[in-house]
Write a protein that binds this ligand. Structure first.
Ligand code: SF4
Ligand code: SF4
Length: 326
């Protein structure tokens, strides 16, 4: 879908520490009440892992190779995790319960499998994957909406749901392969990440990017050839979309994670990355090997004192310069 300009975000997975500050910033700003309690418009999941909602990668949606919508299904409430409360009053105020505890026995929730990953010591591995709506160029959610309630803004490509037009049919939830549209049962309407457009309109970055303590997020327009998005996505090709094969053409890109070498059976260091290349290619497509090679080469150049435009950008010396919003 053609728009005048497209905002985009790049996230460097080598710098994410899984602190969830971004998740908290988003939740406090947009989804901490009114039927949105289970929603995490921004979440940070451990990979390998089931993700959020649970097993979303196996729920279908998106487009097939011929460009037709693929069938998808909705996550259950259990797949999102049922929000729970704590007995603060009894544990902290009246002292009638000596233990602070949830009011239900939780069995699943966002980030439930944190830091589990895969592999056995000394070759175990995991990394953090922050996720948000990709504000896709070819949004499955928009294509599936029979009410024309979902639209893409001409001025920045942000994908929004017109709350007046939405009737809660939830075709969009089925069609989004990233499961980044949520159904609010209290108001019978679908809701999703709005890329903090009220902040963007004031020249401010999204809350998740502003608060990111790892400085892993850049925001800018795709057509700004002087900006960091162009440098990371187009020039050096080190930032890649998540599951490009799903056909929605995401505008959120990830710098894939490097990892330490694997150890052989006798404790010798092998010339292999601990995170299997095939696993990363399954997430980010064919460009992973070239992207990792470029990062290694540029990192060595920087270490050798030769200078590297790419590494200077990835380091993010100045947080404010990571956002180019005009
Ligand atoms: Fe729509 Fe999902 Fe793409 Fe967001 S990630 S624009 S909700 S298809
Ligand atoms: Fe990762 Fe930044 Fe979010 Fe922390 S705030 S989890 S470093 S993306």
């Amino acid at each position: 879908m053609t728009v005048k300009r497209q905002l985009s975000m790049v996230l460097d997975l080598n710098k994410c520490i899984g602190c969830q500050t971004c998740t908290t910033a988003c939740k406090l700003m947009w989804t901490n009440r009114n039927g949105r309690e289970f929603m995490y418009w921004n979440n940070v999941e451990t990979q390998p892992g089931k993700g959020y909602p649970r097993d979303y990668q196996n729920m279908g949606g998106g487009f097939d190779e011929a460009g037709a919508l693929r069938a998808g299904r909705q996550p259950s409430q259990e797949d999102y995790g049922i929000p729970w409360e704590y007995n603060y009053e009894e544990a902290l105020m009246t002292g009638t319960d000596p233990w602070l505890r949830p009011n239900i026995k939780p069995t699943w929730g966002a980030n439930w499998d944190e830091d589990q990953g895969e592999g056995d010591y000394p070759n175990s591995y995991y990394f953090y994957l922050p996720r948000l709506c990709n504000h896709c160029t070819n949004p499955g959610c928009l294509a599936a909406c029979s009410r024309n309630a979902i639209y893409k803004r001409q001025e920045d490509g942000i994908v929004l749901i017109d709350q007046e037009r939405c009737r809660g049919y939830r075709y969009c939830v089925n069609a989004c392969p990233y499961k980044k549209v949520y159904f609010n049962e209290q108001i019978s309407k679908s809701e999703k990440c709005i890329f903090c457009y009220p902040r963007i309109e004031k020249g401010l970055p999204t809350a998740c990017a502003q608060q990111c303590v790892g400085r892993i997020r850049w925001i800018g327009y795709r057509d700004d050839t002087e900006g960091p998005i162009h440098m990371l996505v187009e020039k050096y090709k080190v930032a890649l979309p998540l599951h490009p094969e799903w056909g929605t053409q995401p505008n959120v890109f990830y710098v894939p994670p490097l990892s330490p070498p694997r150890y052989g059976p006798d404790g010798e260091m092998l010339n292999e990355s601990r995170i299997p290349l095939e696993y990363l290619e399954n997430l980010f497509g064919d460009g992973v090997a070239a992207a990792l090679d470029t990062i290694r080469t540029e990192r060595q150049a920087k270490a050798d004192g030769k200078g590297s435009e790419l590494m200077d950008t990835l380091i993010g010396y100045n947080h404010a310069e990571m956002f180019k919003l005009s």
